[in-house]
Ligand binder design. Structure first.
Ligand code: KG4
Ligand code: ZN
Length: 337
């Protein structure tokens, strides 16, 4: 049934697409159950002084850290390199110089160990992060909400991604980050807004729902950003701004996703990416009556375990390994439509 495989296989995953050096290890059982054995992330702090990610500095830090993070992951899993059956690494999308570090490292490691190598798509990794027990069963709808992406995919069959909606301007996480900076709440903005929101009144700043009346399932955050700027100038406190913005963003994300699920007849929704860590978003999704699946702790934001999970799915589907000539791609759409 599973290509005659009777032993559990352990897959190493590497993600260096942006400013986090992530190495994770998962175990794939013959029946398709998966288990995260290790998930180590080094979040680069060097960029904070610039207020944004400096690509060249990110690449250098990945080079400096990746050996240590790999050793930490092996230690956490209680494994040696020779216990690995496959290596997966992100090939895109992301910062090319940063991606290259993990991609080349992964290829070299796979070659040295004589195990298959799989290149992985960063967004597919985010989606697979929700598969921390059994690999995801299609069909489902996948909302990826991160610092760089706000994409809604319909996944009717394994490996098939139909884009049904995307942001027209900023990504959801980017809006959290920008509004947090405006309100002086620090970086990264998501956790800062979420924390400040607990002390604010969500009804104090009126935010108009974006793209009201649209037939499709797109997202937009520029209107909320402008409204936040005006409210800030008008004297709204950081806590009230955080609570009101968070409520408006959550409502908009949930409403649009639920409409899409109904239109497409999907019962299961995977919500992943950094913003999926948001407690208010999780709570709102849980009240929709849909079967909503979130990544486990530490798997929402960029990490290597999600890439190992994507590698596990490729192994399980008996996909041919990627050629070692595969390159890094800054822009790599996941959808096939
Ligand atoms: O997935 P991720 O680590 O990186 C990208 O691929 O972009 O996502 C990072 C984003 C940041 O914008 C951060 O502010 C946001 O995820 N984020 C959150 C929360 N934790 C992280 N946004 C809202 N609420 C949170 N609790
Ligand atoms: Zn990401």
């Amino acid at each position: 049934m599973f290509g005659g495989v009777t032993e559990a296989r352990r897959i190493l995953g590497i993600d260096t697409s942006c400013d986090d050096t992530g190495v994770g290890i998962v175990e794939l059982a013959p029946d398709g159950q998966v288990r995260v054995l290790a998930n180590r992330v080094w979040s680069q702090t060097v960029h904070a002084q610039y207020g944004g990610v400096m690509p060249e500095l990110a690449s250098r830090e990945h080079v400096e850290r990746i050996d240590d993070i790999l050793q930490e992951a092996l230690k956490e899993a209680g494994l040696a390199l020779t216990d690995l059956h496959a290596v997966a690494a992100t090939s895109g999308p992301g910062l090319v110089g940063a991606l290259l570090v993990g991609l080349m490292y992964g290829k070299g490691l796979a070659q040295a160990l004589g195990v298959p190598f799989y290149s992985a798509h960063h967004l597919e990794g985010h989606i697979f992060a929700a598969a921390s027990e059994a690999l995801l069963q299609t069909p489902y709808l996948a909302l990826v909400v991160s610092g760089g992406h706000t994409h809604l995919f319909d996944v009717p069959a394994p490996g098939r991604y139909d884009l049904v909606g995307a942001t027209r301007d900023d990504a959801a996480g980017e809006a959290f980050d920008k509004i947090a900076r405006l309100a002086g709440l620090g970086y990264p903005g998501g956790p800062a807004i979420s924390e400040a929101a607990q002390r604010g009144d969500p009804g104090s700043v009126p935010f108009k729902e974006p793209l009201q009346g649209q037939q499709g399932f797109d997202f937009s955050f520029s209107g909320l950003k402008t409204a936040a700027l005006l409210a800030h100038r008008g004297g709204a406190t950081p806590e009230n701004l955080a609570a009101s913005f968070q409520q408006a963003a959550v409502k908009f994300l949930v409403k649009t996703t639920v409409r899409a699920a109904r239109a497409l007849g999907r019962r299961t929704v995977v919500v992943s990416g950094g913003v999926a860590a948001n407690a208010a978003l999780r709570e709102a999704f849980q009240q929709t009556g849909l079967n909503v699946v979130f990544p486990g702790k530490g798997l929402n934001t960029d990490n290597g375990a999600m890439i190992a999970l994507a590698g596990a799915a490729a192994l399980q589907a008996e996909k041919a390994p990627s050629p070692l000539t595969v390159g890094a791609e800054a822009y790599a759409p996941l959808a096939n439509t």
